[in-house]
Design a protein around this ligand. Sequence first.
Ligand code: SAH
Ligand code: SF4
Length: 427
Amino acid sequence: MNFSDSEIVASILNENDFESTNEIRDADVIFINTCSIRDHAEQRVRKRLEFMQSLKKKNPLLVIGMLGCMAERLKKQLLEEEQALDLIAGPDSYRDLPRLLTEVASGNKAINTLLSIDETYADISPIRYDSNGISAFISIMRGCENYCAYCVVPYVRGKERSRDADSILSEAKVLFQNGFREVTLLGQNVNSYHWKLDGTEASFATLLKKVASLDPLLRIRFATSHPKNLSDELIQTIAEKNNICKSIHLPVQSGSTHILNHMNRGYTRDLYLERIHAIRTFLPDCAISTDIIAGFCDETEEDHQETLSLMEHVAFDYAFMFRYSERPDTLAADRYKDNVPIEIKDRRLKEIIELQQKLSFKSNKKDVGKTFEVLIEGFSKRSTEFFSGRNSQNKVVIFPITQNIPGDYVQVKINQSTSATLIGEIC
Ligand code: SAH
Ligand code: SF4
C-alpha cells in the first residue's frame, strides 16, 4: 500500500516540475514514506533519519520530509524529536506537498496531517518508477473502519472510502496498453469495496469482473480480503474468470475464537474454517495465504496450540507472521495488558514460522510434475540464464530462458521445488 502511495506522490511532484533520481546523494528533496503497523517499522525509520541528517551536513539545502502513517500518528511531535525533518505530510495530504515545499523554501517547517473523508487520489495517474513493467498495483480504496484491537491503521489512514470504479477501470486499461500484464487491486479490506454513482452500483465482485473483462491477457490479483466479508459471490466470480488469479490472501491472525473475539476480528475459528471450505469447494486449485500474530494480549498456550492446529488444518501455502507489538491509542493498548512475556511471544512465533516452512515446503512439493501457466516477469534474481515469473497461485517459478520475453505467458512443467520456489522448464 505504501508503495502505491509513493507512486501517487511521485506523480504529484512530477506535475510540479520535480524529477526523481536513483542516487540519494543527488537529491534536493528526500521523502520517507512510513509505516506504523509495528514498533520495529518506526524504529527503522528513526535510524534512517540519522543517516539523512549526515547528508544534510554535506548539503545544507537538502529538504527531508516524512510521509505516511508514522507522520500521521506522531504529527508535530516528530518535528520536535527529529532534527533532520523539515516537513510532515499524512496519507491524505499529498496534493498539498508542492505548497508545503514552498513553505520549507521560505525557511519554515511545514506540516499537514489532516485526514479526509473522500480523498482517493482517483484522478492521479501514478508513476510506476520502480516497476518491472509487467505487474502494477492499483489502489481501489483507502482507510479502514474495522478497528481490530491491535491495529493502528484506522487511526492513521482514516475512514474507509472506495475509489470511483471508472477511474480504476481506466487505470487498468492504460496499464495494459502500456504492456503491463498483471494488476493487483489494493485495499485494507477489498471485500467491502462499494461504489455508487448515478444509479449504478458496484460491489467488489462486480468491479473484479469488470477489470477481468478488459482483456483475457490481463491477470488480476487483489489484497487484502477480510474473512468476515468474503462472500460466496466473490468466490464464484474468481471461479468464473480464468484471468482472476487463484490465490486468496485471507489473514486469520489467530486460530482461537477467544483471541479472535479479543482482537475484535468479527469471526470465529469455525466461521474462518467454513470460508476455507467454501474456497476449497468452488476453487479446488486456489492457493491460500494468511497473516498470523503471535502473543496477543491474554493468549494462553492453549490458544497458541489452536493457531498451530488451524494452520495444519488449512495447510496455508504462504504466511506473513508477526510478534504482537503494542501500538499506542489502539483498543488493545487502552484496555488490555500486553501480558505475554517477550520470550514466550518469540518462542510461539518461532513455532509458527517453523510449521509454516514445513507447510510451504509440502505445498510446493505437491506441484512437482504439474504444468502451470506462468507470466514471465524478468530474469531470476540469481542468474540471467533463468527467467522468473509467477503462476496463478502466486508461486514464484524459475526456468531456463528461451526466446520468450517478459510479459509472455508460457507453460512450465515443474520438476523441482524448495519451500519458496518452483523450478521447471517450458513445455
Ligand atoms: N487489513 C489487513 C492487514 C493490514 S496490516 C487485514 O485486516 O488483514 C498487515 C498485518 O500486520 C495484519 O494482518 C497483522 O497480521 C499485522 N499487524 C497489524 N497490527 C499489528 C500489531 N500491532 N502487532 C503485530 N502485527 C500486527
Ligand atoms: Fe487493521 Fe483490521 Fe483494518 Fe486490517 S481490517 S487494517 S487489521 S483494523
